[in-house]
Design a protein around this ligand. Structure first.
Ligand code: TXA
Ligand code: MG
Length: 328
């Protein structure tokens, strides 16, 4: 999908806002980020305040390129160089040992820092002109990540009524879910969050097995059980059982995300969004679909469990989190 042509005036306004310590909604290929000067504690604090995010959660530093390793990290392993060469710019965040002077606000007080070089042309233009920014997803803490500028307007809003100084509209995000996060600060690489750069792709570059996160890995709120959640309770149901589940809910209005064959019309079925068969296409539309289901007025959301298999790992992860905590 083609990104919108870069609006140079808007980028310039965004750079000026960042220089003043302000907040910029920045399109990236994954989701929109809430960007602020990564070297200013006051600016980073403003990000946490706008999101309502707990202060001990680390944020990803977005950098213009691999040469920024030396500004933020120490003991950078050859694996980090190899992965950056293979996947940067792109949807991969590398967790590395931090330089001692990196702010505790950025690292959440940990001895590591997350670095990512985004591929979206608007983000690249902004980073090349301004330098490094922190950019958590531009949503209120715990809510669904935004994949359009309108989502950011709906959730955080623009000043003076809202929280953001400049909202850059670079069009809908082509990847649609957050970056893969790989921890390279320990003895062996660990996948902290699955994303568009798959475990297999990483293993192919590194030539070693990549383990999932365990209790000893750095904390990441993306790994909190309930996250990326719609307001309406969401249930994951095997596709073959979905129609029966809709009927069983009888008078409860439901909205579903499922393959076309998996649901049939029923008096309580408010909305049926078709689940894409391709995992990348599913990821691209996932959050906008969750928002539409949430806005449908249904009291229960039913999502057909996606197919199993490594190419579905990231989508399955987000759906699992969206359903965590909802009553079955
Ligand atoms: O695709 C993305 O990564 C998006 C776009 C805007 O770039 N950003 C994003 O940021 O998802 P955020 O803050 O919503 O999620 C960042 C995740 C969090 O789970 C955070 O804890 C983790 O990255 N993280 C950041 N620095 C870390 C560190 N030093 N160690 C472990 N996890 C870290
Ligand atoms: Mg987030």
């Amino acid at each position: 999908m083609q990104a919108r042509p870069i609006d140079e005036d808007a980028i310039q306004r965004a750079v000026e806002a960042l220089r003043r310590g302000g907040l910029v909604a920045m399109p990236t290929e994954t989701v929109y980020g809430l960007a602020a000067d990564a070297r200013s504690d006051a600016a980073v604090r403003a990000v946490f305040a706008a999101k309502g995010r707990p202060p001990d959660h680390p944020v990803i530093v977005h950098v213009p390129g691999v040469e920024a390793f030396v500004d933020w990290a120490v003991d950078v392993p050859p694996s980090a160089q190899a992965l950056a060469a293979a996947f940067w710019p792109g949807p991969l965040t590398l967790v590395l040992k931090r330089r001692p002077e990196v702010s505790n606000l950025v690292t959440g007080g940990q001895d590591t820092v997350g670095l990512r070089c985004p591929a979206h042309p608007w983000a690249r233009a902004l980073l090349q002109r301004f330098g490094a920014v922190v950019a958590p997803s531009a949503n209120r803490f715990g809510r669904i990540s935004p994949t359009t500028a309108q989502h950011v307007m709906d959730d955080l809003g623009q000043k003076p009524a809202g929280a953001v100084d400049v909202v850059l509209d670079g069009g809908p995000c082509p990847v649609g879910i957050e970056s893969t996060i790989l921890d390279l600060s320990g003895p062996s690489p660990r996948l902290l969050r699955p994303g568009a750069v798959s475990r297999e792709q990483i293993e192919a570059v590194l030539g070693v097995h990549v383990a999932a996160a365990d209790a000893a890995s750095p904390r990441a709120p993306g790994r909190l059980e309930k996250h990326y959640a719609p307001r309406t309770p969401l249930e994951l149901v095997p596709a073959g059982e979905l129609a029966a589940r809709v009927s069983a809910l009888q008078s409860t209005p439901v909205a579903v995300l499922a393959p076309a064959w998996a649901a049939r019309s029923a008096p309580n079925l408010r909305l049926h969004l078709i689940a894409p068969e391709d995992p990348a296409e599913y990821a691209r539309v996932l959050y906008q679909h969750l928002r539409r289901l949430d806005a449908s007025g249904a009291q229960r959301l039913l999502v057909a469990a996606p197919p199993t298999g490594p190419e579905w790992e990231a989508v399955a992860d987000r759906l699992q989190r969206a359903s965590a905590g909802s009553a079955a």
